[in-house]
Design a protein around this ligand. Structure first.
Ligand SMILES: NC(=O)c1ccc[n+]([C@@H]2O[C@H](COP(=O)([O-])OP(=O)(O)OC[C@H]3O[C@@H](n4cnc5c(N)ncnc54)[C@H](O)[C@@H]3O)[C@@H](O)[C@H]2O)c1
Length: 381
């Protein structure tokens, strides 16, 4: 018998539909004794209900007012995917209503909003809250995570991680809320993409002691979709240079790339961990290929390129030789959320869990320092 978690979704846009699809594809997972059932959906735009009503047979209730959804006793947990300016208000209301929450990143439009969310979590310790970040669930990400858990790398030499997009290279792309400071926030591309780059480094204690960011605005105005050009004031690209110090006093650099204008990259998540004993690299651009270099003193330095296939964190019905994709990573992240909610950290079927509120808070400290460091960056005299 599997345990059912009855979910409501708030925000039925791009990501709200991804969640509904993952819940519908739950039969893909094998051997997991917990499953989400989508019973309620909320969006201020009523047109969004059509797809949900037609596609989700378990749906019992739709509303344009999320407070009505939170008042429903049959809803155990919420997936919330709304613009960043609403995170603090909506997430706090969800938590105060006693509903478990998987909230989308960045978990607040800025540091103050994030702290408000975390204070509310602290006041409601029985509510389980996690932040969304699915890309490390690719088999290549999971392989690196397993090696990090086994401490295979020796002394760290360098870590590099990022999420790269490119559709903003097109100056004719119309502006939307993700390119407006009032809805997306001062962080710009960092708030949108940064949690993806930080999930694995932060999980393994790589909170930097120093941060210096290079931020760029490339396309400064965009069509508003109504025939006019309007300012586009959010940061397009950010490279965050940082330094981590281990408990043993060893310092190494971590470079984080969050870019909306990385020519040619549609949704490339990558992670490269280099160490004195082992180095590993993975990019979703080559979703099957894991690069590994083992090294013994005086030995050959040769990278292996390994075809991973579908070696997921949670077992599925898919054959091990087949390819893994974005929608699979969403399904795996959902499995981790439901698994941890029902079984607790120590009872999970596998060890990699979703981003915690503490890790989301660390990401805000880094983005806030990135903004400050960029503004304060001195010039050569
Ligand atoms: N994990 C990922 O890979 C990923 C990818 C894209 C976006 N996101 C995150 O997901 C969140 C939403 O992004 P999206 O791309 O789905 O945006 P979207 O614009 O496609 O959808 C947002 C939805 O929220 C609705 N909404 C706005 N105000 C509301 C309110 N008060 N009550 C209920 N619904 C309301 C909008 O009508 C819209 O349908 C953001 O936090 C974003 O950063 C995550």
């Amino acid at each position: 018998m599997s345990t059912e978690i009855r979910f409501g979704v708030i925000g039925l846009g791009l990501m709200g539909r991804e969640f509904a699809s993952a819940a519908a594809r739950w039969i893909h997972l094998s051997g997991l004794d917990v499953r989400p059932v989508l019973v309620a959906a909320c969006d201020t735009n009523e047109k969004a209900f059509d797809w949900f009503r037609a596609s989700v047979p378990t749906l019992q209730f739709t509303t344009t007012n999320y407070q009505e959804l939170l008042a429903r006793p049959e809803v155990d947990a919420i997936y919330c995917a709304v613009p960043h300016n609403l995170h603090a208000e909506v997430y706090c209301d969800i938590i105060q209503a006693g509903k478990h929450l998987l909230g989308e990143k960045p978990f607040g439009i800025d540091l103050a909003a994030n702290e408000k969310i975390n204070d509310t979590i602290a006041a409601h310790p029985k509510v389980f809250v996690r932040c969304s970040s699915e890309l490390p669930f690719y088999p290549g990400g999971i392989a690196i995570i397993r090696s990090l858990l086994d401490d295979d790398f020796g002394e760290f030499v360098e870590v590099e991680s990022g999420l790269l997009h490119s559709s903003d290279l097109n100056p004719e792309k119309a502006i939307n809320w993700k390119r407006m400071i009032e809805f997306n926030g001062e962080y710009g591309c960092m708030g949108d993409l940064g949690m993806h780059a930080l999930h694995v480094p932060l999980r393994f204690g790589c909170f930097p002691r120093r941060v210096q960011a290079q931020l760029t605005k490339i396309v400064k105005e965009r069509p508003d979709g109504k025939g006019r050009m309007v300012p586009c004031r959010t940061w397009d690209n950010a490279t965050i240079f940082s330094e981590v110090e281990t408990a043993g006093g060893h310092c190494f650099p971590i470079t984080l790339h969050t870019k909306r204008i990385a020519p040619g990259e549609t949704n490339t998540w990558f992670l490269k961990v280099m160490g004195t004993r082992r180095s590993m690299a993975f990019s979703t651009k080559y979703p099957r290929t894991l690069q590994v270099m083992e090294y013994k003193p005086g030995g050959v330095q040769a990278w292996q390129h390994i075809d991973l296939g579908y070696q997921s964190a949670y077992p599925t019905i898919t054959g091990a030789i087949f390819e893994f994709g974005f929608t699979d990573s969403i399904l795996q992240m959902w499995a981790a959320f439901c698994d941890e909610l029902v079984h607790g950290r120590s009872g999970m079927h596998q060890p990699f869990y979703c981003v915690t509120p503490e890790e989301a808070h660390q990401s805000h400290l880094i983005f806030t320092e990135a903004l400050r460091s960029h503004a304060a960056w001195g010039g050569l005299k």
